[in-house]
Write a protein that binds this ligand. Structure first.
Ligand SMILES: NC(=O)c1ccc[n+]([C@@H]2O[C@H](COP(=O)([O-])OP(=O)(O)OC[C@H]3O[C@@H](n4cnc5c(N)ncnc54)[C@H](O)[C@@H]3O)[C@@H](O)[C@H]2O)c1
Length: 437
C-alpha cells in the first residue's frame, strides 16, 4: 500500500521518498525491481524514479526533514488475540519523534483501530519531550480504500478520500495534496479522527458481510435444490441490494478482510460488546474456504492417495500475487493431507506459494501454463477467477483430464452449462445434476 501511495503522489508531481526497513525490498526497488505484482505499478515507479520524483531509502532521515507530510503505511497484522498489532506503527511514530527537525503532518494510512492517532501523538510527543524540543505536529487519519489488483486505478480515481483531523491546517494540507485526484468533483470527506479510523474497518466488515451472506445463501440454495446463480441475479436487480459483492465463491482472503474483521470484533469486545454478526461473518468464511475440498472428498472419497488434481489459481483474487489467507492454501493443505497430489498454476502467485505459503507442503508441482497441469489429473479445481481461466479450451480439458470433472470454486463456468457438454461440473450453491461416477 505504501509503494502504491508514494508512487501515485510522485506521479502527481510531488517529491516522494519511500522508506522501508527491509533492505532487500529497497535494494530491489533501487534496481528497478518491483517486489509485488500490481498492474501498471512497475511502469509508474520506473517513470517517477527516472524523473527524480520518487526515491527509496532504508533511512527515515533521508526523507523526513525535507517533507511536509509523512505517511505511516506499515503493516498492522493480526495480533495473537485478534487485535491489530500496532508495534510497527508505534515504532515509526517513535522514530519520527526522535528524528523530526521541522513541523510536520503525520498521516496514519495503515488500517488502525480507534484511538491509534492518540497513541501516535503521545509517542511522538514523548520523544520530542525527551529531546527537549518543541516542534508542531498534527496526526491525521487517512485510511486507504484501494483494492489489490486495481490499486493504481483506485488510488488515482478514488471513490472517496476520508480525512480525519482535529486541526484546520492539517485539513488544508491534506486537501491540497489530494486535490489533483479529485479534479472533476470533490470526493473529500472530512470528519473527526476516531470516525475516520472506524470508517475503514466498517467498510471492510460490510463487504465481508456481503460475501459471507451470499456464501451462506449459496449453501442453503444447494440444499433446497435452488440455483444461487439465478438467485443472485434475482436479488441484485433490486437497486437497494445491487450486484456488487454478492458473488458466491470460496470465501474472502487477502491481507485486509480477514484481519480487519477480526480486529473490529476485538474493538467491540474490548468495550464489552459481543459483535454477533461480525463473529458469524468470520465463521461462515472459515467454513466456506473448504467447501470445494468437501466436494472433492464427496466425489473421490476420504482417502485421496493416488489421486491428482489440476489447480487453477493460487492468489486470493485475480490481479495480484498476494496469497495471504487465500482459500487455495486451505484447499491444498486439506487435499494433500488426504494423500492427493496437486498440479498448480497461477499467472502471478506461484513464486509466493513456493517460497512462503505452501513451502512446507509436499506433493505440489508447479507448471508454467494452465493446460500443463491437466495431464493425468483426476479433475480440475478453479480457485482464482483470473481472466485467462474464463474461456479455456474445454476440449483440451476433456482430452487431458483422466475424467472430465471440474470443481469451480468461483462459479466462473456456471453460465456455460458444462453438464450438457459432457462435464461433471461442481460449483458453489448449485447441486451437480450429472454425475458419471
Ligand atoms: N494491501 C492492501 O491492499 C491495503 C489496502 C488498504 C489498506 N491497507 C493497510 O495498509 C497497511 C499496510 O499493508 P500492506 O499490505 O502494504 O503491508 P506489507 O506488509 O505489504 O507492507 C508493510 C511494509 O512496512 C515495512 N515496515 C515495517 N516496519 C517499518 C518501519 N519501522 N519503517 C519502515 N518500514 C517498515 C515492512 O518492511 C513492509 O515492507 C495495513 O495496515 C493494511 O491493512 C492495505
Amino acid at each position: 500500500m505504501g509503494l502504491v501511495t508514494g508512487t501515485c503522489f510522485a506521479e502527481m508531481g510531488n517529491d516522494v521518498t519511500c522508506i522501508d526497513i527491509d533492505q532487500g525490498k529497497i535494494d530491489k526497488l533501487k534496481k528497478g525491481v518491483i517486489p509485488i505484482y500490481e498492474p501498471g505499478l512497475e511502469a509508474m515507479v520506473l517513470k517517477n524514479v527516472e524523473n527524480g520524483s520518487l526515491k527509496f531509502s532504508t533511512k527515515l532521515e533521508d526523507g523526513l526533514n525535507t517533507s511536509k507530510v509523512v505517511f505511516i503505511a506499515v503493516g498492522t497484522p493480526m495480533g495473537e488475540d485478534g487485535s491489530a498489532d500496532l508495534q510497527y506503527v508505534l515504532s515509526v511514530a517513535s522514530e519520527i519523534g526522535r528524528k523530526m527537525e521541522n513541523p510536520i503532518i503525520v498521516v496514519d494510512k495503515s488500517t488502525v483501530p480507534v484511538g491509534t492517532a492518540d497513541k501516535v501523538s503521545e509517542v511522538i510527543g514523548l520523544e520530542l519531550e525527551r529531546r527537549n524540543v518543541d516542534l508542531d505536529f498534527h496526526v491525521v487519519s487517512n485510511p486507504e480504500f484501494l483494492k489489490e489488483g486495481a490499486a493504481l486505478q483506485d488510488f488515482m480515481k478514488p471513490d472517496r478520500i476520508v480525512i480525519g483531523a482535529d486541526n484546520q491546517t492539517a485539513f488544508e494540507v491534506m486537501k491540497d495534496l489530494y486535490a489533483p485526484f479529485t479534479l472533476n468533483h470533490d470526493r473529500m470527506i472530512e470528519m473527526d479522527i476516531r470516525s475516520a479510523e472506524m470508517t475503514k474497518y466498517v467498510a471492510n466488515a460490510m463487504l465481508a458481510t456481503k460475501i459471507s451472506f451470499m456464501n451462506e445463501i449459496a449453501n442453503i440454495c444447494e440444499l433446497v435444490n435452488a440455483d444461487v446463480n439465478q438467485v443472485r441475479i434475482g436479488i441484485g436487480s433490486d437497486s437497494r441490494i445491487g450486484y456488487s459483492f454478492i458473488y458466491p465463491g470460496s470465501g474472502y482472503g487477502g491481507s485486509c478482510f480477514p484481519k480487519d474483521v477480526k480486529a473490529l470484533k476485538k474493538i467491540a469486545e474490548d468495550q464489552g460488546y459481543k459483535a454477533g454478526l461480525i463473529t458469524s461473518v468470520e465463521a461462515v468464511n472459515d467454513k466456506q474456504k473448504l467447501v470445494i475440498a468437501e466436494k472433492v472428498v464427496n466425489r473421490f472419497g476420504e482417502d485421496l492417495s493416488g489421486k491428482s488434481f489440476a489447480l487453477w489459481g493460487l492468489a486470493f483474487k485475480p490481479g495480484t500475487d498476494d496469497m495471504r489467507e487465500a482459500p487455495a492454501i486451505y484447499v491444498v493443505k486439506e487435499l494433500v493431507k488426504r494423500g492427493a497430489k496437486i498440479k498448480a498454476y497461477d499467472p502471478k502467485a506461484m513464486h509466493e506459494a513456493q517460497t512462503f505459503y505452501l513451502k512446507d507442503v509436499p506433493n505440489i508441482t508447479y507448471f508454467n501454463s494452465k493446460y500443463e497441469t491437466l495431464g493425468n489429473a483426476n479433475a480440475m479445481i478453479l480457485l482464482t477467477e483470473w481472466k485467462e481461466f474464463r474461456s479455456p479450451d474445454f476440449e483440451e480439458l476433456k482430452l487431458k483430464l483422466i475424467e472430465p470433472v471440474i470443481f469451480d470454486g468461483r462459479n466462473q463456468y456456471s453460465h456455460l452449462r458444462l453438464e450438457s457438454k459432457g462435464f461433471e461440473y461442481y460449483q458453489i450453491g448449485k447441486k451437480t445434476e450429472f454425475v458419471n461416477a
